[in-house]
Structures are given as structure tokens and as C-alpha cells.
Design a protein around this ligand. Structure first.
Ligand code: AMP
Length: 401
């Protein structure tokens, strides 16, 4: 079975075309600046990158271009669209109703329209992607894989906020959790790496990227996660603040005279590494500045590490134990420093890292960086959300036949 995986953003569209028999990525690429001007970067496995400026007015046009690239004589990998068995769409939010990956029917699309305001930057482009694929690939199953669905196993005490209950019942204000596809993938890979059944393990997965979240996976089920109602909350991120005292928000409005919009911009785009350091949202730039003595840059790193440790500690308490901790995403996979700082002074919890193994862990590869005799396994696992989406899509498409 051959699956096209689509990840639509507001002005971009990433894609991978995967052969599920061999797990090979046959081709992948990225359309950028959709609705502005347009550029595509396409890579056929084993061939050179193809990059071209092309006018892309809409997601329809971007998907049309992707389909023609996949069939191109030189850069393509198929002869006809009929060779695409199903399309998997990454969807950031499934709301309260779409709790599992699903073949998207008309009523599901309608539901997605109704919850657009829960993730206004992410759900509308995903809808556009699905609609475009439906139009261009009649009869090909379109599967939605939701970032939130991994958290459908959480108990109400993890997801209901201590606000008036009507806000949950009537306005669906609750913890949803995000990056679920990534956490699900690395947790299952961790079990495979350890040669154990995931149902026998207590795992904490740390997805540390531009957006970051930490999830407790108890016997294969997500029981808690750091992100909440929207992709914010939890630990400090590139530009997002994570957990703060909620009273700060009305204070900014009432005492400092800011508008709701300004507050939203501050907590999502001007906080985190960027806000504290004043240097950059990119952890590499912050590291460089901190190494040169910039104290605010160093403070931003310390707040990040402090937040990660706090979440690990609380999730160990929730699960009554820990077998494995996983680091993934841009920062988790690549920053040996952050991994080392997080695992420092955690031996009380059984977390002991081999700092040499950690420092020399090869980029882009799975690694076990546990110290000799360490009770809790410490693993680095590159995330692969596209593969997870393709896997769900292949399973559901086979059932849909
Ligand atoms: P992501 O959102 O998963 O793409 O992750 C982006 C974050 O990963 C940014 O803060 C980058 O600075 C960080 N990152 C990427 N590569 C490296 C690296 N080699 N060393 C340290 N941080 C990195």
C-alpha cells in the first residue's frame, strides 16, 4: 500500500509519499508561501532536490502541484494517481468528538469546521488540505490523524480544569494535549528498543522543539500531558510561555491596559526562550549567547530545564514509578546539553545518564544513553509523525475497502 501523508499549515504544505510494504519514503517535499507567491522543494529518494518558484494561490493548487510532481517523468515515483491508496492528514485538533484516527466523512468535516476556533492556526488549513484532496482524488480514502487523540485515555482529573464546570460542558474548555502523534510514536519505539510490551512500561516522553510538551504514558496509555487547551501550557518553548499564573492575563488587560489580542501575542509569540533571553526563539542562538556570558539567555535555558524536571517529577508521582524517559524533536534529539541538564541530580528517581554516551549520541539516530546500572532507561528517539500517520492511514484504508 502506498500512502500520501499531508501536513497543511496556513501558508505551507509538507508531504511524504510512503511505501508501507518497505517503509520507504519514496518522495517528500514542502510547498511554502501558499497564497503569497509560492515555492516547492521536492525530493525523490536517491535523487537531488528539486526547488522551484511556482505561483500557488491556494492549497488546492499546492496539492495539484504535489500530485503532478509525484507523477513527473524525472522527479516522480508513480505513473498515475491510482497508485495512491490513501491520504493521511495531520490534524492538530479533533475536539471532543474525533478521538481516534478516522476516515473523514462529510459529518467529520462539518465537525472540524465547528471546532476551528479551538486551533485557529492549525485546523482551517487542515480542512483545506482534506477538501483539496477529496476534489482531486475522488474515491481515495482521506484519513484524519489527530494530535489530540492520544490523550483520549486521560481521566477527567487530568483534563478538567478547576474552573466553573459549565466552561467545560458548554464551551469545551479542557486540557486536550498536543503532539500526540509524536509522543505515541516515540513511546512505542521506546518499548520496541527495550524489547518490552508497552503495556508493561511507565514512560515519560519529552517532545522538545519549537513547541514542546511532556507526556506521561502509563502502560501504553497517555495519562497526563503538559500542553492544555491550546498548544500552550507546560514548559517554556521557543516563543510560548507555558504555565504561568492565570491572574497575570487579566492583570495585563486591567492594570497594564493591554488588549486581548496583545496578551495573546505576548503569550504565544513573544515569550519563552525569545521573551526571556531577548536573543532568539532558536535554542542554538540562545546557547551561543549564554556561552558568551549573556545572563538572560542562560536564565531562559535554566527556566526550560527547571520546567522539564518539574514535569518529570510530577509524572513519576502520578504513575508511581518510571521505567523510561525519552527525548525527541529538534531540541530533544540534538541538544546533548539540555538532556544532560535535565538528567542531572535525578538519581533519587533512578535517572542516571551516561554523559559521554549522551554527548556522542549520533544525530538523527536512536540512542540509549543510560548510565551503567541506571534503573530508568534514558533514550533519544528521532520522532516520525509521518510514519505514524501513514500507519494509521494504511490500517483504516484497508478496513474501509
Ligand atoms: P523542532 O520544532 O522540532 O523543529 O525543533 C526546533 C528547535 O530545535 C529549535 O529551538 C532549535 O534550536 C532546536 N535545535 C535544532 N537543531 C539543534 C541542534 N543541533 N542543537 C541544539 N538545538 C537544536
Amino acid at each position: 500500500m502506498k500512502i500520501l501523508v499531508i501536513n497543511s499549515g496556513s501558508s505551507s504544505l509538507k508531504y511524504q509519499f510512503i511505501d508501507m510494504e518497505t517503509n520507504d519514503v519514496l518522495a517528500k517535499g514542502l510547498c511554502e508561501r501558499i497564497g503569497i507567491d509560492g515555492v516547492i522543494t521536492h525530493k525523490k529518494s536517491g535523487a537531488e532536490d528539486y526547488k522551484k518558484e511556482v505561483d500557488l494561490k491556494s492549497h488546492d493548487e499546492a496539492i495539484q502541484l504535489v500530485l503532478s510532481m509525484l507523477q513527473d517523468d524525472t522527479y516522480g515515483v508513480i505513473k498515475s494517481i491510482d497508485e495512491i491508496d490513501a491520504v493521511g492528514h495531520r490534524i492538530a485538533h479533533g475536539g471532543e468528538k474525533l478521538k481516534e484516527s478516522a476516515v473523514i466523512k462529510d459529518e467529520d468535516l462539518e465537525y472540524l469546521y465547528s471546532i476551528q476556533n479551538l486551533a485557529p492556526l492549525h485546523v482551517p488549513p487542515a480542512i483545506k488540505g482534506i477538501e483539496a484532496c477529496r476534489k482531486l482524488m475522488d474515491g481515495v480514502p482521506q484519513v484524519g490523524v489527530f494530535d489530540t487523540s492520544f490523550y483520549s485515555t486521560m481521566e477527567p482529573e487530568s483534563y478538567v480544569y478547576p474552573l466553573p464546570y459549565e466552561l467545560y460542558e458548554e464551551h469545551q474548555i479542557r486540557r486536550y494535549g498536543f503532539h500526540g502523534t509524536s509522543h505515541r510514536y516515540v513511546a512505542s519505539r521506546a518499548a520496541e528498543m527495550l524489547g518490552k510490551d508497552i503495556k508493561d512500561l511507565k514512560i515519560i516522553t519529552c517532545h522538545l522543539g519549537n513547541g514542546s510538551s511532556i507526556t506521561a504514558v502509563d502502560h501504553g496509555k497517555a495519562v497526563d500531558t503538559s500542553m492544555g487547551f491550546m498548544p500552550n501550557g507546560g514548559i517554556l518553548m521557543g516563543t510560548r510561555c507555558g504555565d504561568i499564573d492565570p491572574s497575570i492575563l487579566p492583570y495585563m488587560v486591567n492594570a497594564l491596559g493591554m488588549s486581548g489580542e496583545e496578551v495573546e501575542t505576548i503569550i504565544n509569540k513573544k515569550s519563552g526562550l525569545l521573551g526571556v533571553s531577548g536573543v532568539s526563539s532558536d535554542a542554538r542562538n540562545v546557547r551561543e549567547a549564554a556561552a558568551q556570558g549573556n545572563e538572560r539567555a542562560r536564565l531562559a535555558e535554566k527556566i526550560l530545564v527547571h520546567g522539564i524536571k518539574k514535569h518529570i517529577g510530577s509524572y513519576v508521582a502520578e504513575m508511581n514509578g518510571l521505567d523510561c524517559i525519552v527525548f525527541t524533536a529538534g531540541l530533544g534529539e540534538n541538544s546533548a546539553d539540555v538532556r544532560e541538564w535535565v538528567c542531572e541530580n535525578m538519581d533519587y528517581l533512578g535517572i542516571q545518564m551516561d554523559n559521554e554516551k549522551n554527548a556522542s549520541a549520533p544525530r538523527g539516530q536512536e540512542a540509549d544513553v543510560t548510565a551503567e546500572g541506571g534503573k530508568v532507561k534514558v533514550l533519544v528517539i528521532p520522532t516520525n509523525e509521518e510514519y505514524m500517520i501513514a500507519l494509521d492511514t494504511a490500517t483504516l484504508a484497508a478496513q474501509d475497502k
